[in-house]
Design a binder for this molecule. Structure first.
Ligand code: ISE
Length: 350
């Protein structure tokens, strides 16, 4: 790392939309040993707003200049999905650690190019923002199964519901932007790689664009025999919800929403449903950023998702896109995992 141990890590943010701004504010308020040192967004006003909310650092008008700026030690990428691979490669070229929001790329070739570049460099600089790996409920489910107390995991069951999606959203976009999380969760929870996929989709309402497939049923078969079934429904209407369950040989473990209060109102007793991922996963985002900063400051690998995990998720996503079109069981072909991506601890990788 380039920052001295006594100085806070200077983080440059690329992309100041909802997610990027949340990261900047979290870094500023809750993460020890780091500060927001520069912000870039295509929309300069948005960048200025994010900078003002996270310590008042400078706004930069070029993402590549931000990456190369000697005053920036590490980079956080939260720009649109199709810019991730190019910007991550620029961070590698500059020798800077980078936390890239998911997906690592929007195609397999681009994700593979990133992995190849990092493997050629021979240093782990890339972390990928699959924040569920830091969510207390997800960690508890994985630990319950990995403790051995309920036998070997057999089946991952995932539910992923967004309140609403953009009009005309395609199945491919949902698979890249939303389902990638579930594919990563399934790999991480089962500690195995996906061998085959099958995907069906439907349009949930007649007023949506004819090509919309906003409810997907994804089935995965893993090397080693485990299975996964995942519902991804991006127009669920009532709110945002993610559930992960592991069915094991002699018991099951299922995540609970981290509810804080039982609310009585309008003749009902119930738990409020979060409106979006920023509120549901706020604590996970802070833990993820804290671990990312600590890993850089301590000169060790991040315990969350690596570039390899980003490539694996994208490869499965791509097979799912093909499977949604063909209706067929579709094989997943991962390249050989480079030695650089040996798991760093139990929590980190399959
Ligand atoms: C969004 O981009 C996210 O990353 C959320 O975590 C996910 O749940 C949502 O479906 C995506 O659109």
């Amino acid at each position: 790392m380039t920052a001295s141990v006594s100085q806070p890590l200077a983080v440059g943010l690329i992309g100041a939309g909802g997610m990027g701004t949340r990261h900047a504010v979290n870094l500023h308020r809750f993460v020890p040993g780091a500060r927001v040192a520069a912000v870039y967004d295509l929309d300069a006003d948005r960048a200025a707003h994010a900078a003002a909310q996270s310590g008042g650092g400078p706004v930069c008008d070029d993402p590549l200049q931000l990456i190369q700026d000697p005053a920036v030690d590490a980079v956080l990428i939260a720009s649109p999905d199709d810019t991730h691979a190019r910007l991550t490669l620029a961070c590698l070229a500059a020798g800077k650690p980078v936390l890239c929001e998911k997906p690592l790329a929007t195609g397999v070739a681009d994700a593979a190019a990133v992995v190849e570049a990092e493997a050629a460099l021979g240093r782990r600089l890339i972390s990928v923002g699959f924040m569920r790996r830091f969510d207390a409920e997800h960690v508890a489910v994985r630990s319950a199964a990995h403790s051995g107390a309920i036998g070997a995991p057999l089946l991952f069951k995932g539910v992923h519901r967004n309140a609403t999606a953009a009009f005309g959203v395609t199945g491919a976009t949902i698979l890249i932007n939303s389902a990638g999380h579930d594919l990563d969760s399934a790999r991480w929870m089962l500690s195995a790689e996906v061998a085959e996929v099958r995907v069906r989709g439907l349009r949930s309402r007649a007023d949506l664009h004819a090509d919309t497939r906003d409810l997907l049923a994804v089935e995965l078969a893993f090397a080693g025999g485990a299975l996964a079934v995942i519902e991804v429904f991006v127009n669920a209407g009532y709110g945002y919800e993610v559930t992960a369950e592991l069915v094991c040989q002699s018991g099951t473990a299922v995540s609970q929403q981290p509810d804080r209060a039982l609310v009585r109102a309008q003749g009902q007793r119930g738990f409020p449903v979060p409106s979006d991922w920023l509120s549901r996963f706020q604590e996970a985002y802070v833990i993820e950023l804290t671990e990312w900063v600590a890993s850089i400051r301590e000169g060790r690998a991040f315990t969350g998702a690596s570039a390899w995990d980003g490539l694996a998720a994208m490869t499965v996503t791509n097979a799912c896109i093909q499977a949604l079109t063909s209706g067929a069981v579709t094989p997943v072909q991962l390249p050989q995992r480079p030695g650089l991506y040996e798991p760093v601890n139990n929590a980190a990788a399959p």
